[in-house]
Design a protein around this ligand. Structure first.
Ligand code: AMP
Ligand code: GLY
Length: 426
């Protein structure tokens, strides 16, 4: 099969690597891709929001399967454009990708169908939001409705901060049109877990659990980032938690979307908070997590082409997902200064060692070639993943592999997968 991936980060590199393992795969293209993805795919210089150009390219190359990695094109309706052009495509249509694209929509859906989540109110008028804050319990959580690169969530400890937050989201439009509406919700405490799933409209198959570290600095301090590292599985995602989520969250979400006439095909990423009162949904995403994909896919045994096709064809009930009985840790190597300001264009050295060793992977988040030399091309540069028999071993292996790589201003957290309470790290 000829396959086109849309996207160009670490997640898409992991997808390309996994697709390349399938005997069904003949040729992979990736738009726009990056210098790491080039190992598996021919990279094409078309932007992820250039739907018509991408569709024309897919038709010209007789693409058999398109896989959309990123949220923006999904929420913008790329799947509808591809389908109209007769291209087989994996991912939710625009009317279903709204599950990620609008937090107000997803909160209302959960309320209507009784899916556990934090108590909330939606607002499209800043004056009403400000008035509501007067009676709200602190801390309080403010969320811009639309996509905001994971930055549209503010946790406010004082009324003053919350007022400022409403102002910056809805009046100053700090996150652009994403702030035309906002959600104000109850603050929850507990451990966070990400569970990704494949969905074919009716059937849902969950993947192994993972956890992201969103903050820039050790000990979950500093600014929020796109993700500084992940581990899988999460020791906090017990059988009991899984049973609860199967009963009250996963299938219910799929059925709710179908009942709303928004059949969901693709990936639903459940961001969960394990609260004292049981698991609750923090957010939904409509695609693989980045860098969750970099720890989940290396542990997945299935042929991913078969799984993608089953989602498109509505035959996911015939598939059982299988994962290795091991663990994986991904440490993101960033450029010092990320997520605020950082330089690009530094030579990257030491990636050869990954080719010689089994169970070690380096997924490129932002790299390019300059006169034949591999250089950094963004804030998050590489995701170094290693597997091991358990989290402790995977973590030791990942940090060993981090030492193989070198570029100026290299920065990473030193506590990815340390899971705060060491007693849980077997
Ligand atoms: P979201 O994009 O909705 O997942 O929010 C980003 C991050 O903000 C989450 O991963 C949580 O760490 C935090 N967060 C979001 N909503 C809440 C909440 N209601 N209570 C506590 N923390 C939250
Ligand atoms: N790692 C979180 C996300 O992909 O949204």
């Amino acid at each position: 099969m000829k396959i086109l991936i849309v996207g160009g980060g670490g997640r898409e590199h992991a997808i390309a690597w996994k697709l390349a393992q399938s005997p069904k795969t003949e040729k992979i293209y990736c738009a726009p891709g990056n210098a790491g993805i080039e190992e598996y795919a021919e990279c094409v210089d078309i932007g992820v929001m250039e739907f018509e150009k991408l569709a024309a390219f897919a038709r010209e190359k007789e693409i058999d399967l398109a896989v959309i990695g990123m949220d923006d094109p999904l929420v913008g309706g790329i799947v509808d454009v591809f389908e109209a052009a007769g291209i087989r495509v994996f991912g939710p249509r625009k009317n279903a990708a709204i599950l990620e694209g609008s937090k107000a929509f997803s909160k209302d859906l959960m309320k209507k169908y009784g899916i556990p989540t934090a108590a909330y109110e939606n607002f499209d008028d800043p004056e009403k939001a400000l008035a509501y804050l007067e009676g709200a319990e602190l801390p309080v959580v403010l969320k811009a409705d639309g996509l905001a690169l994971g930055k549209g969530v503010l946790i406010c400890n004082t009324l003053e901060e919350a007022r400022e937050g409403v102002k910056s989201i809805m009046m100053d439009k700090k996150f652009g049109a994403a702030g035309n509406q906002m959600v104000i919700e109850e603050f929850m405490t507990g451990r966070e877990v990400s569970v990704l799933s494949f969905v074919d409209g009716k059937t849902i198959r969950t993947m192994t659990s993972a956890q992201d570290h969103k903050r820039a600095l050790d000990g979950d301090q500093g600014l929020n980032t796109g993700g500084m590292g992940t581990f899988s599985p999460s020791p906090f995602y017990t059988d009991e938690v899984d049973d609860f989520c199967r009963q009250y969250i996963y299938q219910k979400t799929v059925d709710a979307m179908a009942a709303e006439g928004r059949e969901f095909k693709g990936i639903i990423f459940f961001g969960l908070m394990l609260t004292e009162k049981g698991p609750k949904v923090l957010e939904f995403n409509a695609r693989f997590g980045d860098p969750e994909a970099q720890v989940v896919l290396p542990r997945m045994k299935n042929d991913i082409v078969e799984v993608f096709e089953a989602c498109i064809d509505g035959t996911l009930d015939k598939i059982e997902l299988e994962f290795e009985e091991n663990a994986a840790v991904c440490v993101v190597l960033a450029s010092k200064g990320y997520p605020v300001s950082y330089e690009k264009g530094f030579a990257i050295r030491g990636l050869e060692t990954f080719k010689e060793k089994e169970g070690y992977y380096v997924f490129h988040a932002a790299s390019r070639r300059e006169d034949g030399v591999l250089v950094t091309n963004g804030g998050r540069v590489l995701g170094v993943t290693a597997t091991g028999k358990d989290l402790k071993e995977a973590r030791a292996n990942a940090y060993e592999a981090v030492k193989w790589v070198d570029f100026d201003n290299k920065y990473c957290r030193s506590d990815i997968g340390k899971a705060i309470d060491e007693s849980f790290v077997k």
